[in-house]
Design a protein around this ligand. Structure first.
Ligand code: HEM
Length: 527
């Protein structure tokens, strides 16, 4: 471009005089950006060390958006220390990689808190309006109750070991036994994950809400519950949910009115203790029927979307190893009895003996959950706190305990950490004391501390009892006759708990000949 000489000299003059100032300005701006985005300047020396992203400024954000939960596994490869800090713009997240520190964080639940996130996420997930949001977020004066504390108490009480849980176990297992009794000696084809998903979701709905319930009346709502779980993370962000999470959004809009109809018809009189007490707590604090109905999708989701992937993988791992099937059949046959009653031959599986008499089956359950690695426990820091008297965690920061990282850590589980080896849970007593302790602390499929999953006993029973019956009484193989290979897990999005397979399996299931014509049942309620 041509410029007159006077203009050129003016630019030259300005450049010369401006240049030093410009350099200072650029450096200052760059530093400001570094400080703003990395915020390294405000990291106290007592806080966990900062792990910087490989791409400056935005690297962690890009990593999280790209890899979701797997990003923590990638960071573990770069930094092996017990805990580190990730700076995301002005926020900080402490990532815990040491089993000991993870348990310490669970113990310090008063300051390393789940309730704040839970309340926020619950309101956003189900699109509560202001009225319900105020009730959920109500912070009582010290010593007084709140909706959330009553809800916590009722849910944990209903699912704790005792008569209410026995009743719930009995209900769910009766429904699941029906699914297995429907299978005949001639082979039938199933899409395994889809079959388990439908049977378990319907069984959970019938157990929780009685019959009829919205899902038994309209089984298309099964798909809605699973769509909701897949979109949960985006729904919680509440950023144009109709566009960003169309399936999850649509799921809410069909499931809520179905539950409103259920409550309006008084059908909740058939519900189990858990659902009745949840509704009781909600009404005590002024939630309306519509608001109670809005929240029900989260309970059906919690009951099914963790259980189904784990039962699927447990079945795949077992049936891909014929020797394991043989060993399990020997073990399980010891807790079954065969009788003829009123001309009907019945095989009964005694569920109260599952844990005590079936160590190999229990080990398969534990190993499945170890490998399936639920997402991560997330907490917020309410006050500056020293974690385990060692690391300063600052108020307002987040803590992530990435279950997958801890449950597959080679240092904790040994060189075969990525393989399915149920024996590891049977031989733990022969390990060095510190190794055994580290494994116990690193194993956290149900989270921990005050928020340890209340459904864990129910999950154990409904998964192991069903698998026990399937293994003992049935043959399962791939429809095309190929050897059963355990499918890879799908990409694990942030917010999704247990991992589903990346593709379904077409299997053929038939009764073993010696069980032709028998009726299967579980020996359930026992006090
Ligand atoms: C294999 C099956 C299951 C797995 C792996 C699992 C895992 C988990 C995990 C990791 C948490 C979060 C704990 C934390 O952040 O520390 C949780 C919470 C929860 N789970 Fe489960 N869960 C399973 C089955 C169930 C079942 C059958 C129910 C029954 C309704 C259930 C109900 C809940 C509820 C209500 C919470 C929230 C607890 C709270 O309010 O703090 N879960 N679960």
């Amino acid at each position: 471009m041509y410029l007159p000489t006077s203009a050129q000299s003016l630019i030259g003059l300005l450049t010369k005089s401006i240049y030093p100032a410009l350099v200072v300005f650029v450096v200052a701006l760059a530093s400001l950006i570094v400080l703003l985005f990395l915020g390294a300047e405000d990291v106290d020396p007592e806080e966990p060390p900062v792990v910087r992203p490989s791409i400056p400024f935005f690297g962690h954000m890009i990593g999280l958006l790209r890899h979701h939960n797997n990003y923590f596994t990638l960071l573990r490869e770069r930094y092996a220390g017990p805990i580190y800090t990730v700076k995301l713009f002005s926020s900080r997240i402490y990532i815990i990689q040491s089993p000991e520190l993870a348990q310490a964080a669970f113990r310090q639940s008063k300051t390393i808190d789940f309730e704040t996130i839970k309340a926020y996420a619950s309101c956003k997930a189900v699109a509560f309006g202001q009225h319900a949001t105020d009730i959920v977020n109500f912070q009582p004066p010290k010593g007084e109750g709140s909706y959330m504390s009553d809800l916590h108490q009722e849910m944990y009480g209903s699912l704790a070991q005792g008569p209410n849980l026995l009743e719930t176990n009995a209900r769910v297992l009766n429904y699941l036994a029906r699914s297995l009794n429907a299978i005949q000696t001639t082979p039938e084809e199933y899409r395994l994950f889809r079959w388990l998903r439908d049977e378990y979701t319907l069984a959970s709905a019938a157990t929780l809400y009685g019959l009829p319930n919205p899902l038994s009346e309209d089984p298309s709502l099964i798909e809605s519950v699973w769509d909701f779980e897949k979109d949960l993370g985006v729904l919680v962000l509440d950023f144009f949910p109709r566009i960003m999470a169309p399936k999850g959004y649509a799921a809410r809009t069909v499931v809520t009115p179905a539950f409103e109809k259920y409550y309006d018809a008084g059908l909740d009189k058939n519900a189990n203790h858990l659902v009745q007490r949840r509704a009781w707590a909600a009404r005590q604090w002024g939630l309306t029927t519509k608001e109670i109905s809005q929240a029900e999708i989260t309970i059906i989701m919690a009951a099914g979307t963790n259980t189904v992937p784990n039962v699927f993988y447990m079945i795949c791992h077992i049936f891909s190893q014929p020797d394991l099937v043989t060993a399990l059949r020997q073990e399980i046959s010891k807790i079954t009895s065969r009788k003829t009653r009123d001309g009907i031959e019945t095989v009964t599986l005694n569920i109260s003996m599952l844990q005590s008499h079936c160590p190999l089956l229990t080990a398969c359950f534990n190993e499945t959950l170890r490998l399936n690695k639920t997402g991560a426990s997330v907490r917020t820091i309410l006050e500056d706190v020293m974690l385990d008297d060692r690391y300063l965690l600052k108020k307002g920061a987040f803590v992530q305990i990435p279950t997958g990282v801890l449950q597959s850590d080679l240092d904790v589980w040994g060189p075969d950490a990525k393989l399915f080896n149920p024996q590891r849970f049977l031989t733990q007593d022969s390990l060095r004391k510190d190794v055994k302790k580290a494994q116990n602390q690193a194993y956290m499929p149900f989270g921990g501390g005050k928020n340890l999953c209340p459904g864990r006993h129910l999950a154990f029973t409904e998964i192991t009892a069903f698998v026990a019956m399937l293994v003992l009484g049935f043959e399962l193989s791939l429809s095309d006759g190929a050897k059963l290979q355990v499918p890879k897990g799908e990409f694990q999005r942030l917010g999704v708990a247990s991992i589903s397979p990346d593709k379904d399996l077409d299997v053929s299931i038939k009764r073993r000949e010696e069980f032709e014509g028998v009726t299967w049942e579980f020996d359930t309620i026992r006090e």
